[in-house]
Design a protein around this ligand. Structure first.
Ligand SMILES: Nc1ncnc2c1ncn2[C@@H]1O[C@H](COP(=O)(O)OP(=O)(O)OP(=O)(O)O)[C@@H](O)[C@H]1O
Ligand SMILES: [Mg+2]
Length: 283
């Protein structure tokens, strides 16, 4: 096909050879199948900020870092330079997350380069060379649903151990090939420790998985993996090989506030008595 203008820069720089087809045009980007030497890859061309939709909401930007304070000020003011910076932070967030996650062993497409608003990465494909379907487009058996759900929960744990929450995980951002699910679409990924909304985003990601897979395996509807994973993470106990149960023990009785106040008062009286005793001894 004819090379779109913005992809031509990558051809001119020798980063790819030709565009084979357009895969799809989503909310944030247009995705192409391209050839780089003897490799078939995927080029994700981000839309200009004005053409994009909801995802760039402030919630996702929190905790993101820019290189210097001039850039931060420009971003706040919304100047032309600032918008360009914001754009780059957005695109870089996906590239950064992909590199980090690929390193941590998460099943994501391997990134190659991000240049002029185009991310070049591996094409997720099936063994017969077809582009891998989205999870949403596949019919699952009960057993498959249980296996994929478990594998994806494992991936969520791996991501969190690498400090990242996807933030838009759903059956539309997961591709499926013979090796299992592959996670894509990460420009809104957040830093788990630096974003106040990270817990809510993790719960939503895990709930999306639960709601989707429980169509095929209804018993998943009762699981509480989101809560379990976050509790372990906050307690510093989450590891890539942590065994999860999907069950979170609730406190059996409501907290007896009066008993707690009584305890505190007793401790205070004891401390006071001890102080008196010492004063008497020293006099
Ligand atoms: N590495 C890849 N390999 C194969 N297909 C891909 C790859 N990356 C993206 N796609 C395809 O392109 C579609 C859009 O990609 P992505 O979700 O990253 O962009 P988006 O603009 O956020 O799209 P959407 O609005 O559909 O979420 C995906 O649903 C998938 O079908
Ligand atoms: Mg998407």
């Amino acid at each position: 096909m004819k090379t779109p203008k913005r992809l031509q820069a990558l051809v001119d720089e020798g980063m790819m050879d030709e565009v084979l087809s357009q895969l799809m045009s989503g909310k944030e980007a247009t995705v192409y199948v391209v050839r780089c030497g003897d490799q078939i890859r995927c080029a994700k061309m981000y839309k200009e900020a004005g053409q994009r939709s909801f995802k760039q909401a402030a919630a996702y930007q929190e905790g993101r870092t820019v290189k210097n304070s001039r850039q931060a000020r420009a971003m706040q003011k919304g100047s032309k330079y600032g918008r360009k910076m914001q754009e780059e932070v957005w695109q870089n967030a996906e590239v950064d997350a992909l590199y980090k996650l690929a390193d941590a062993g998460v099943r994501v497409p391997k990134p190659h380069i991000c240049f002029e608003g185009v991310l070049l990465m591996d094409l997720v494909s099936t063994e017969d060379g077809q582009v891998a379907p989205r999870l949403n487009d596949v019919n699952l058996s009960h057993a498959q649903a249980l296996v994929y759900h478990e594998e994806l929960i494992q991936q969520v744990v791996l991501m969190l151990c690498a400090g990242i929450v996807h933030g838009d995980l759903s059956e539309f951002n997961i591709l499926l090939n013979e090796q299992g699910p592959v996670i894509i679409d990460l420009p809104q990924a957040v830093n788990a420790a630096g974003n106040m909304g990270a817990a809510a985003m993790l719960y939503r990601d895990v709930d999306n998985l639960k709601n989707y897979f429980s169509q095929f395996a209804p018993e998943l509807a009762l699981t509480q993996y989101g809560k379990e994973i976050w509790q372990l993470y906050v307690a510093g106990l989450l590891r890539p090989d942590t065994v999860l149960t999907g069950i979170v023990a609730e406190a059996k009785r409501p907290v007896d506030v009066h008993a707690v106040i009584e305890e505190i008062e007793l401790a205070r009286l004891e401390a006071e008595a001890e102080l008196q005793r010492r004063l008497i001894q020293t006099n």
